[in-house]
Ligand binder design. Structure first.
Ligand code: AKG
Ligand code: MN
Length: 159
């Protein structure tokens, strides 16, 4: 069970088209991903603010596999203690960004708004939520649409 946006609900099961994607990512990374979040960016005004994917249930050094579909968007990292350390990447259709090690501990990341005319983009971030005695390991699918969130805010905390 996790809280997402203003709703608390049982996570829906995995959409069928994502199952082979998960199988391939597990094979290629060796990480048994059990959760995915889908973000839809309708155009360049939809964006995501600075954050780290460092929720406790992801563990100390989470591996996050981020698959981009649709419009190319710029993705930026900034070091938490030394903001002059920045990295910017263009994430085209079909690209896979794998964040691992201390990336979430040391860096924040964001997907800035752009004035360019860009089409829709879907981003899928595959994560591994560590099993606890009270949660099953059946996996979760979450979905974020930006029309009901303030612009460029970090993603809402999951519980
Ligand atoms: O859309 C992206 O590339 C980033 C998404 C992201 O950082 C997240 O869902 O935590
Ligand atoms: Mn993130």
């Amino acid at each position: 069970m996790y809280r997402y946006s203003v709703f608390q609900h049982d996570p829906p099961s995995w959409p069928e088209p994502l199952l082979p994607v998960r199988v391939r990512l597990v094979r290629e990374t060796g990480v048994p991903f059990n959760s995915v979040l889908a973000n839809l960016y309708r155009d360049g005004s939809d964006c995501m603010g600075w954050h780290s994917d460092d929720e406790p249930e992801l563990g100390a050094q989470p591996v996050i596999a981020s698959l981009s579909l649709g419009a190319t968007r710029r993705f930026v990292f900034r070091h938490r203690r030394d903001p002059s350390r920045k990295v910017a990447l263009e994430l085209p259709h079909g690209s896979l960004l794998v964040m691992r090690g201390d990336t979430q501990k040391d860096y924040r990341h964001a997907l800035p708004r752009t004035a360019k005319h860009v089409g829709p983009r879907i981003n899928l971030t595959f994560r591994r939520i560590l099993p606890t005695p009270s949660s099953s390991d059946s996996g979760a699918f979450g979905c974020r649409m930006f029309h009901d969130t303030p612009p460029c805010t970090p993603p809402p905390a999951r519980r």
